[in-house]
Design a protein around this ligand. Sequence first.
Ligand SMILES: *[C@@H]1O[C@H](CO)[C@@H](O)[C@H](O)[C@H]1NC(C)=O
Ligand SMILES: *[C@@H]1O[C@H](CO)[C@@H](O)[C@H](O)[C@H]1NC(C)=O
Ligand SMILES: *[C@@H]1O[C@H](CO)[C@@H](O)[C@H](O)[C@H]1NC(C)=O
Ligand SMILES: *[C@@H]1O[C@H](CO)[C@@H](O)[C@H](O)[C@H]1NC(C)=O
Ligand SMILES: *[C@@H]1O[C@H](CO)[C@@H](O)[C@H](O)[C@H]1NC(C)=O
Ligand SMILES: *[C@@H]1O[C@H](CO)[C@@H](O)[C@H](O)[C@H]1NC(C)=O
Ligand SMILES: *[C@@H]1O[C@H](CO)[C@@H](O)[C@H](O)[C@H]1NC(C)=O
Ligand SMILES: *[C@@H]1O[C@H](CO)[C@@H](O)[C@H](O)[C@H]1NC(C)=O
Length: 315
Amino acid sequence: MHLLLILVFVLSVQGYETQLSASGMVRYEVGHVDSDVVITAGHSGYKKPAEYGERYENGCYISANDTCAYNSINCTDTTSKDKCGTRVIADVNTSSLAKLLAHRIKLRMNGVRPHVIICDLHRSRVDVNREVNEATFGMRNAKIVYDEYHNFINTAIVSSSNGGSRNVFYIDIHGQAGNTKTVIGNLIKNNSSSSGLAQLTLSNDQASQTSLGHLVNVSGKSLEELVRGNYSIGGLIEKNSSFGVVPSPENRMSSTGTWYRGGYSLREYSMAAPVFGMQVEANHHVRSSLPNRKNFASTLANAVRCWLKEFSGNY
Ligand SMILES: *[C@@H]1O[C@H](CO)[C@@H](O)[C@H](O)[C@H]1NC(C)=O
Ligand SMILES: *[C@@H]1O[C@H](CO)[C@@H](O)[C@H](O)[C@H]1NC(C)=O
Ligand SMILES: *[C@@H]1O[C@H](CO)[C@@H](O)[C@H](O)[C@H]1NC(C)=O
Ligand SMILES: *[C@@H]1O[C@H](CO)[C@@H](O)[C@H](O)[C@H]1NC(C)=O
Ligand SMILES: *[C@@H]1O[C@H](CO)[C@@H](O)[C@H](O)[C@H]1NC(C)=O
Ligand SMILES: *[C@@H]1O[C@H](CO)[C@@H](O)[C@H](O)[C@H]1NC(C)=O
Ligand SMILES: *[C@@H]1O[C@H](CO)[C@@H](O)[C@H](O)[C@H]1NC(C)=O
Ligand SMILES: *[C@@H]1O[C@H](CO)[C@@H](O)[C@H](O)[C@H]1NC(C)=O
């Protein structure tokens, strides 16, 4: 009885409902009924319960058809390690950043809080941002968590789109240490001179291969403007803060470090109407302390609000 009262109390203080998946490994913070934003953090999980097996650090290379198999075999040959590497290291502090971003967007959008989905199982047990084989290495328990995570995202997108009458902004939050700037991924390569940021101007013809195809269609803005113009996410952040972001008007491509163009979830959810999206690869600085996370979340929320109000077609 007391526990029930405490739970109800927490819910009313926070002002939103949190659904825990059956496995207990995925949290869905249900957004406001009017929200058109879905935020995910799939790589910050820290739990490693005994009943979950470990993912290997690479799959097995099959030379006959030049593919990788991700299964119960731990291939230790050099070719498999070179060609079929995967990642098992978590993105620290990104669930915190995702929640802070949702809170700041709520404050900037008259109390309308985004949907938030967080995976608490460690990336060494499941990688929810990969196709299912690489994600789970065929492990049944991992597959359950994987499905729960993606089912919550689908539910959140259906709710956000309000039966197709609203456009949806999908934001996947990640962290990296390979680039000194925060990287905004839109499924665009960095240095390809035919389809990447090395082009002088990104052509609208390639918009449908990016995560901004639907936004180009509904905003009337060009892909080039949305990716690195003055009103791009990077442009809005850099104009209003000292955070370094790429791409932006100042940083048209990444001159150094690692490039993160966006992964499985971004491809899966933001390449078709009514969704557009981005992957935020937060650099070390913006994740390293609570004040920095709050400050960055606030600045990013301002940029998101600008896109929602000016470009999304919902207002
Ligand atoms: C797979 O093999 C490598 C190399 O022998 C080893 O370091 C690693 O711990 C193994 N992974 C698992 C999950 O057993
Ligand atoms: C590649 O070959 C393996 C082993 O024969 C097979 O299991 C797998 O389905 C093949 N993959 C593709 C993409 O053809
Ligand atoms: C593009 O970047 C990759 C690594 O990210 C590098 O291997 C390649 O040489 C680069 N190409 C050019 C043209 O800079
Ligand atoms: C991005 O592309 C430019 C131009 O080709 C290249 O000089 C730079 O090294 C690339 N950066 C990364 C992070 O791949
Ligand atoms: C944008 O509009 C074009 C032309 O109508 C269409 O082919 C394309 O599929 C649309 N893109 C998205 C993501 O809906
Ligand atoms: C973008 O902003 C800069 C600096 O404020 C300005 O010089 C430039 O003209 C703007 N570009 C466009 C296309 O408005
Ligand atoms: C995560 O945040 C805590 C403080 O909130 C900090 O001590 C830690 O270094 C951060 N880790 C990373 C990788 O940003
Ligand atoms: C810049 O920051 C101020 C103060 O937080 C905010 O009111 C404004 O909306 C921000 N502008 C943009 C374009 O993010």
